[in-house]
Ligand binder design. Sequence first.
Ligand SMILES: NC(=O)c1ccc[n+]([C@@H]2O[C@H](COP(=O)([O-])OP(=O)(O)OC[C@H]3O[C@@H](n4cnc5c(N)ncnc54)[C@H](O)[C@@H]3O)[C@@H](O)[C@H]2O)c1
Length: 263
Amino acid sequence: MAGANGTYAGRFDGRVAVVTGGAMGIGGAAARRLAREGATVVIADRDEKAGAENVKTITAAGGKASFVACDVTDEAAVRALMEGTVAKHGRIDILTNVAGVTAKKAGVDDTTLEEFRRVTTINIEGTFLCTKYAARAMKARKYGRIINISSTTSIMPTTYGNSPYTASKGAVSALTRQWVMELAEHGISVNAVAPGPTRSPMTEALGPKMLADRLKLIPAGRIGEPDDQAAAIAFLASEEAGYINGQVLVVDGGMTVVRNAAR
Ligand SMILES: NC(=O)c1ccc[n+]([C@@H]2O[C@H](COP(=O)([O-])OP(=O)(O)OC[C@H]3O[C@@H](n4cnc5c(N)ncnc54)[C@H](O)[C@@H]3O)[C@@H](O)[C@H]2O)c1
């Protein structure tokens, strides 16, 4: 039963969770939620200042959290993050691959190869590297919950150009299914959350018009909040979700069921 604040007290007691991109936005909310429900949270992010601030927020509320500076595209840093977490906390039960970036708005004929590589490197290679080293730790204990962050762009194109981002999130959904085949026998589930437009530093940087345009497409009548995504992440990380594997859970207020997309 959910508590008064909508969270499940003690749901993650004794669990250790690594949250990449946990400094702000969706990852920031996921880190706070997992900690509020009892997890020991390791926030891994390249933004040291914001990461430290989120740790402060969590610990001030009585939660357990620490910060590790890590660029998810740096293999040595990712390996050190995962091995360091096991050395310090004894285990990794939950990995939430939230670190990600969006691309500059541009049509396919105006997108540079450099931009395509920047976005796909962070979103695909970052998710791959974190999963690679967390899976090793999870396999050793025959338990794990991996939650990737895809996007509604993996199932429905955006109405503006964003080839690198769409490609990267399609890959994240495909890898989610691929890793089930490799990890399920080790007691590890791999699922993804596909957020629709959600208020965060990322979407705020795109300007108010983007979210205002998106709002017209959302039957729920509001833009998503990071806590909406954090609730789905926490569910997939929980014991109750133990038999759910390889799914991409769309959290978009119904946007993807609307077919007559307005431009
Ligand atoms: N906000 C949305 O509308 C939306 C919709 C669909 C999917 N998503 C996805 O959700 C995830 C979080 O998005 P957000 O809106 O909270 O973004 P955000 O920009 O607000 O936060 C992203 C976090 O990831 C970190 N990060 C970025 N690159 C990194 C790297 N190479 N190494 C380590 N950390 C890195 C940033 O420092 C930041 O803390 C992303 O994967 C994004 O693609 C967001």
